[in-house]
Ligand binder design. Sequence first.
Ligand code: ADP
Ligand code: MG
Length: 621
Amino acid sequence: KEGAEKFTFQAEVNRLMDILIHSLYSNKEIFLRELISNAADALDKIRFLSLTDKGQLGETPDLEIRVKVDHENKILTIQDTGVGMTRDDLVKNLGTIAKSGTSAFLEQMQKSNDINLIGQFGVGFYSVYLVADYVEVISKHNDDKQWLWESGADGNFAVSEDKGEPIGRGTMLKIHIKEDAQEYLEEAKLKELVAKYSEFINFPIYLYSSSEVEKEVPVDEEPAEEEAEEATDADKDEDEDSNDVEDADEEDEDEEEEAPKTKKVKETVWDWDLLNDNKALWLRSPSDVSEEEYTNFYKALAKSDHEKAAAHVHFRAEGDVEFRALLYVPERAPPNFLADYYGHKPSLKLYVRRVFISDDFEELIPRYLSFMKGIVDSDTLPLSVSRETLQAHASLKVIKKKLVRKVLDSLKKMSDAQKDTGKDESMDEEDKAEAEKYETFWKEFGRAIKLGIIEDAANRPRLAKLLRVRTSADPEKLVPLDDYISRMKDDQKQIFYLTGASVEDLQKSVFLEKLIQKGYEVIFFTEPIDEYVMTHVTEYDDKKFQDASKDDVKLGKDDKKGLKKLKEEFKDVLAWWKELLGAAVGQVKVSARLATSPAIVLTSKYGWSANMERIMKSQAL
Ligand code: ADP
Ligand code: MG
């Protein structure tokens, strides 16, 4: 366009577009999901703004998405009446701003060659170049004029004032479909895809489509012409209908002699066809929702076709604070969940009385559970207030507390299902699959549970039940603490554990030998985080945890008897050791802790364990 300002794409974006436009991927169709989800996001935004300022809706009060095909020019148009973009938004959002997700997505694509996940990395818009070689984005925001953004994915884009037909408010994408993607101009295909990807979009989606309608037309007296008409209609299988016409005519004749003779013919008419019924799944009672619906809803939430959920929690809370929630435990951790724990944004969507408010409310769920995906819809929270007022609202605390309880309950159920494996040989396949779920969950989210123990004092006992540990009994296996408890010896008062860099190291540990010799089981902790976890969990099932490398390990009675005699015997040796080591140690003691090794260095009850020293040293570097 003349007078357009030219821009170059941010380098990573350019690389991404280059890959997309030349790609031969088979599931290009996901572009539609991304564009519809962007339209829905924009509609959510204007609806939110209009809560506090009715004037925002202006002359375009209907919030909707319209899809239309221009067969002649091979253009697919997707238009929404959302918030729209100013000139500045267009430049920034669609090209010049570097997004952290771009390189992360490129990296992951190199590994898995899977474009399906593009939406999760915040660059979904560019998926349009899977099917297009040229795209025009016309956008009108309340604060600006109507602008046109255009690009052929050749490294540049241009932005100019759009003098074309005013679109009201919102965004219209004109997608010039590539030669090898012509199927996306077919009505049937679009209908199928919109149905697939927009089932749970909360705004009406219309497709401009043709349909056959029956129409009454006067029957011409000329027999010749009538025959000609019959012939053209023959392809459309009109035989039955022409019989109906005769019946109808007979009835007509009885009542009104003079009525002109008519017949029914089929005619193609074009009209806007509503493709979704935008119902809110979470408002329904759990007993009315099928597994398949839950699965499909999750796919829509996760913006991915092959992402699965390990479990879901769907409930309604009543009382002072009313809300409904549908939350999912993903099967796999989000790409940046642990890598960027403190930067990771929660992905729960908050609605107030069916109106979308936000999807990054950190006050809704604690950080360690921020991997949960889902929706919370509250009737108690006020609707027409600022985000800040909402964030500070007292009800939010109650909602959070209940959500955590429900999620932990559901994880407990998953965990219990796994605990029962192996105990019952007659388990069927379904139970086995159920039991394996927790194994996967622990692999993906075990760290999150441990972080929860550190961060969430109120739920610590509940979280401890979810822990899985390796022990000296069979270090290959990850078992719940209950297993350890059930194997404790009658005279055993403490739960023994050791921390170290690896299971192999710990198995060689001198702290282990006596305990093993006496038939005690010892838990092996090998992750750095375990040290911190154990400073927060002091007991389980009324039994105290005991670091086996510290000096207050309590052994059975018979050790005490011999100890007194030994102390006498080794008095001189101890004095010699004390003098030799001086200030380097706290004290030198005769101990019954060892089986075969002559001496060990121990940490006092209140000091750092040797492993903690190791971790702290490595962090200081
Ligand atoms: P994401 O949706 O994850 O932010 P996208 O690449 O899909 O990433 O979109 C980038 C940005 O472009 C959006 O965040 C939004 O600001 C803007 N955008 C895209 N499509 C629309 C639209 N239809 N209406 C308004 N803004 C849009
Ligand atoms: Mg998007």
